[in-house]
Design a protein around this ligand. Structure first.
Ligand SMILES: Nc1ncnc2c1ncn2[C@@H]1O[C@H](COP(=O)(O)OP(=O)(O)OP(=O)(O)O)[C@@H](O)[C@H]1O
Ligand SMILES: [Mg+2]
Length: 207
């Protein structure tokens, strides 16, 4: 006869054996992805080794960091489907089922969590992001990544502990340090003003 104490020891050993974490991809695949990022104009650095490895290993990543450090550019360069939080909030509660249908089973990035409208701070819009996160976590298949300027404390403050807990259950948090890399670039889609155009604008303005 097995005693309860022996059963607990055996059961614990069985449980521990089942706790296998999905293996992380090796350095070769990370290096290959870094080369692809460089080809797309994203300057790779040591700090992105971890998010790259996690994403290639099918983990979700919660990318936090100051504005302009490259969170969105990174996710886009990794070729993942991006939806801004504002865009998702715009669906509204009545149309949200469409978003769920399109994204079920797909790997997605919720970009810029926390920048969606705060007009209804305690109303529908914030509740909506809470539902989206709960839905992704509990009802949908597919890896979820999130980018945000908010810290973990700020996420908990705005969306509540339960939402933060679900986010951390889906994603490994990674803080991107570095400086704001956003800079002005020429808008090549706009035709350069010719002398005649400048004169026309000046005359029109004077008239
Ligand atoms: N690693 C990088 N290599 C080259 N350019 C970069 C890199 N990171 C950022 N940039 C430049 O900085 C710009 C801003 O980056 P991005 O929009 O990804 O910032 P962000 O962290 O998402 O900011 P925000 O929090 O305001 O949304 C990019 O469009 C790109 O031009
Ligand atoms: Mg961004």
């Amino acid at each position: 006869m097995i005693t309860i104490a022996e059963a607990i020891t055996k059961a614990q050993a069985k449980w521990a054996a089942q706790q296998v974490k999905p293996a992380l991809v090796g350095d070769f695949q990370v290096a290959k992805q870094m080369m692809q990022l460089a080809e797309l104009g994203f300057e790779p650095s040591e700090e992105i080794i971890e998010p790259v490895r996690l994403m290639l290993s099918r983990y979700g990543v919660l990318l936090t960091g100051q504005t302009g450090v490259g969170k969105t550019f990174f996710m886009r360069s990794m070729g993942r489907r991006l939806y801004t939080a504002a865009e998702i909030a715009d669906y509204g509660l009545s149309q949200l089922h469409k978003f769920f249908e399109w994204t079920d089973g797909h790997e997605i990035v919720i970009d810029d969590l926390g920048t969606e409208a705060t007009v209804a701070e305690y109303g529908a819009k914030d509740d909506l992001m809470k539902s989206v996160i709960a839905h992704r976590c509990e009802r949908q298949r597919g890896v979820t990544h999130v980018t945000t300027n908010l810290t973990a404390e700020e996420i908990a403050e705005r969306y509540g502990d339960r939402t933060l807990s679900r986010l951390l259950g889906m994603c490994v948090a990674h803080r991107m340090a570095g400086k704001n890399r956003r800079r002005a670039v020429p808008n090549v889609a706009t035709p350069a003003p010719t002398v005649q155009r400048v004169e026309a604008i000046a005359t029109k303005g004077a008239a």
